[in-house]
Design a protein around this ligand. Structure first.
Ligand code: ARG
Length: 458
């Protein structure tokens, strides 16, 4: 007798259909969650008086044995039994005998797999959050370490205004903090247990669904059996949050690639997180950052798959949903591996303070400060902008920085540029300190931001 095909169908299945139908190669990754859910269901059946408590105990003990076998790699997954659920039930029945056939009372694989996926999602989200926290902390530690390292900010990848490295690193951390919030929000929303929803319309057995939900650590039972068995927005939401995280990791990765080039030379990755070339003996490549950028593409692919999978689904389970596993499994794997590698790369990297500081010596990064100086002398900003623009043009023509122009040349542009405060306006270190606005790069502000970030990441 083939468990998966029941009595309705002939025992044999076409080979092409079996290849399409089977999912155990992928969904066996849900085994822990499947067994946890089955144990709770067995106890729930006993509470409902459908099973005796001895029968429930036998099932739970049998499931524990199956778990041990899987953990030790002893269970041979059988593709003919379709999926993880059927494989586990068949093995359980082989161990405990006919009582194994009672486990699936008042349950369908539809509410079973929906429950497994929520347990899985909760488990892996917790793991992703822990990894993300390590990354946040590693960045804050580097920000503390580099508190006195000055560097330019950039817009359009052109030097813009003076700042400090810590301020830049904390910008990375801000994005990741929001990623954490998105994952936590998704976790709160998926905190419902589908068991008892059955195939689509619940069950006539008097299950205490709230009690089963509590036993599995969920906040409550799902409210609607049709929704519970066919909605996967919790996966879309998580994959979405992970894709956004992936894009953020990719932005950081992009910067590490740029910064470790000879052209920038702002960062030196440790050997542990670098790779070489099979041909060019001199090479030390930032592959870690490039691979993380690559993972973002896969993460975007995962959320796209999940969105498209559900988009034309009627209300009630459709088998299309079997294809939700790989994208969400991949999304967690890719996000977590990327976060961990980037954490190590950042924690062990060295910032090249001389090069960062030297970058302030080009790009006329204090031009805005000079315009602001004129504003303080009563010149309207738009006019000041124009005047300093002409000063920059003059400096460019001579191939020097605006700070290297003589007093005469400055005064030619505007009389106030002969004043006392001009040197201070053009000094990058003072320019950073002036930016003491909330959210700015002045040292005191960044120290506040660091202690705030420390308190948040823990
Ligand atoms: N393997 C299926 C899935 O992952 C669960 C089985 C539901 N199958 C069914 N014919 N109703 O979604």
């Amino acid at each position: 007798m083939s468990v998966a095909r029941g009595g309705r169908l002939a025992a044999s299945i076409d080979a092409a259909m079996e290849a399409l139908n089977t999912s155990v190669d992928v969904d066996s990754a849900l085994w822990r969650d499947d067994i946890e859910g089955s144990m709770a269901h067995a106890r729930g059946l006993a509470r409902a008086g459908v099973l005796t408590s001895e029968e429930a105990d036998t099932l739970v003990a049998g499931l524990r044995q199956v778990a041990g076998e899987i953990e030790r790699g002893e269970l041979v997954w059988d593709r003919a039994k379709e999926d993880v659920h059927m494989n586990i039930e068949a093995r359980l029945t082989a161990i405990v005998g006919p009582v194994g056939g009672k486990l699936h009372t008042a349950r369908s694989r539809n509410d079973q797999v929906a429950t497994d996926l929520r347990l899985f999602a909760r488990r892996r989200t917790t793991e992703a959050l822990a990894a993300l926290t390590d990354l946040g902390r590693a960045i804050v530690t580097q920000a503390e370490h580099e508190i006195d390292t000055l560097m330019p900010t950039y817009t359009h990848l052109q030097r813009a205004q003076p700042s400090r490295l810590s301020h830049h690193l904390l910008a990375w951390q801000e994005m990741l903090w929001r990623d954490r919030g998105r994952l936590e929000d998704a976790l709160a929303r998926l905190d419902e247990c589908p068991l008892g929803a059955g195939a689509v319309a619940g069950t006539g057995f008097s299950l205490d669904r709230e009690a089963t939900a509590r036993e599995l650590g969920f906040a409550r039972a799902t409210r609607n059996s049709i929704d519970a068995t066919s909605s996967r927005d919790f996966l879309m939401e998580l994959a979405g949050a992970l894709a956004i995280l992936g894009v953020h990791l990719s932005r950081i990765g992009e910067e590490i690639v740029l910064w470790s080039s000879q052209e920038f030379g702002f960062i030196a990755l440790s050997d542990q997180f670098s790779t070489s070339s099979s041909m060019m003996p001199q090479k030390k490549n930032p592959d870690v950052a490039e691979l993380v950028r690559g993972k973002a593409a896969l993460l975007i692919g995962s959320v796209t798959s999940l969105l498209v999978l559900e988009k034309s689904l009627f209300f009630g389970y459709g088998r299309d949903l079997q294809e939700d596993k790989r994208p969400i499994f991949d999304a967690f794997d890719n996000a977590i591996v990327g976060v961990r590698a980037l954490t190590g790369a950042i924690a062990t990297a060295t910032f090249r303070r001389d090069r960062l500081r030297a970058a302030l010596g080009g790009g006329h990064v204090c031009a805005t400060d000079l315009a602001d100086y004129l504003v303080n002398q009563g010149v309207p900003f738009r006019e000041a902008h124009h005047i300093v623009g002409a000063v920059v043009r003059a400096a460019e023509e001579r191939g020097v920085q605006i700070g290297e122009l003589g007093r005469d040349e400055l005064v030619q542009a505007h009389a106030a540029l002969g004043g006392e405060g001009v040197a201070s306006a053009l000094d990058p270190a003072q320019a950073v300190e002036r930016r003491s606005v909330l959210g700015g790069p002045a040292k005191a502000r960044v120290l506040e931001a660091i202690s705030d970030a420390r308190a948040r990441w823990g």
